[in-house]
Design a protein around this ligand. Structure first.
Ligand code: PLP
Length: 369
């Protein structure tokens, strides 16, 4: 917590402004627009909701194909499957664990409507390769930047580079409000439609701006906007987003230093950050060397009170992924990384002594497994 969350919530309550798009929501919108350079940012209930809005905005129809990694959270795919879209899973790069941009062209068919680069751990995908592919084939780009707030690619904010982008402010992310997220609308021709979709399919947002004298049902839509209490909480976090990021980076760097010797001894691999990517220290993960028993290692750490975890059952091998999606090529890196990854605890109050303890526990667990 930044310390001001409850104060701003009380303030919103005091002024009796509880529905969405009040003063705190507007402040968050302005902050996000000025910090990302995106033409328009709108808060949503979650990053999942922002991805669902993207799917509606791109008018995804049954059978349309959407290219994405399999190594991601379910919402990346689900948002499009809800509209009848077919996720087409492509392998990841072994260094950043992001979608392998050189495999995307092979996955394109007549039905491809969008590419969804997921910026894993807040480290950017290779957007300079992906953008021209999308342009050449007239395909849209929706950046799943759920983990990417405050990260940049060659100086540009993640989420602001494709046609659309999505952030998450879920409590497991860097900047939080419990649940919420936002959609970044970088293609201004989609702005008005985004407002309509988010406001139950009505032009209520235009009405409040005084652009129309009554508001009516315009198109399909839903309710994607959070109430003011959530925005008030989020505002307290955005105000200190830079400090949060810096503190996380300090912790991340300390892990990186402490784990160097384990990497040199061939026990694991540390994250790789390309020089042109400024990351936000969303996650510190390690990839165990092959054939090490991850479950046993995690269990040993747990018995010492350390909540290290693994994640992503690859979507192509999950029940819904098999039912709704298909793969393009072999997903060798996806399968391998998903079996070897361990996420270490990372939050801003973690201290260096605790980090040392965590790394010792990891080392002991590896050596004794
Ligand atoms: C967290 C996350 C989401 C979902 O975010 P919510 O705000 O919880 O809906 C989507 N994609 C990725 C890659 C995520 O990490």
């Amino acid at each position: 917590m930044s310390g001001k969350e409850l104060y701003y919530i009380a303030d919103a309550h005091f002024h009796n402004i509880l529905a969405g798009d009040g003063p705190y929501t507007k402040r968050c919108h302005q902050w996000l627009e000025s910090h990302t350079g995106s033409a328009k940012v709108l808060l949503t209930h979650s990053c999942t909701a922002a991805l669902e809005m993207s799917s509606l905005l791109l008018n995804i129809q049954p059978g349309d194909e959407i290219i994405m990694p399999s190594y991601t959270f379910v919402s990346t795919a689900n948002a499009f499957v809800l509209r009848g879209g077919v996720p087409v899973f492509v392998d990841i790069r072994p260094d950043t664990l992001n979608i392998d941009e050189n495999l995307i062209a092979d996955a394109i068919t007549e039905r491809t409507k969008a590419i969804v680069p997921v910026h894993y751990a807040g480290v950017s995908c290779e957007m300079d390769t992906i953008l021209p592919i999308a342009k050449q084939h007239n395909i849209k780009i929706v950046e799943d930047a759920a983990q990417g707030v405050m990260s940049t690619y060659k100086g540009r904010a993640l989420g602001s580079i494709g046609d659309l982008g999505a952030y998450s402010f879920h409590e497991t992310k860097n900047v939080i409000s419990g649940e919420s997220g936002c959609i970044l609308i970088n293609d201004p021709s989609l702005s008005l439609q985004a407002e309509i979709i988010r406001e139950k399919g009505t032009n209520r947002t235009q009405f409040f701006r005084g652009h129309v004298d009554k508001y009516t049902w315009q198109d399909v839509g839903s309710s994607f906007l959070p109430g003011e209490l959530i925005s008030a909480f989020l505002w307290a976090q955005l105000e200190v987003a830079e400090q949060i990021t810096q503190q996380r980076i300090d912790i991340w760097n300390e892990y990186h230093r402490l784990l160097e010797s384990l990497e040199n001894r061939g026990l694991l691999r540390r994250p790789i950050i390309p020089d042109h990517c400024q990351h936000n220290a969303h996650m510190y993960y390690v990839l165990l060397s092959e054939n090490l028993p991850r479950d046993e290692i995690l269990q040993k750490m747990k018995s010492r009170g350390i909540g290290a975890i693994f994640h992503y059952i690859p979507l192509h091998s999950s029940p819904a992924g098999k039912k709704f999606g298909r793969t393009s090529g072999e997903l060798i890196n996806t399968d391998s990384c998903a079996e070897r990854v361990i996420r270490l605890p990372l939050w801003i109050d973690l201290n260096f002594n605790q980090q040392q303890e965590i790394v010792i526990a990891l080392e002991d667990a590896i050596l004794n497994s």
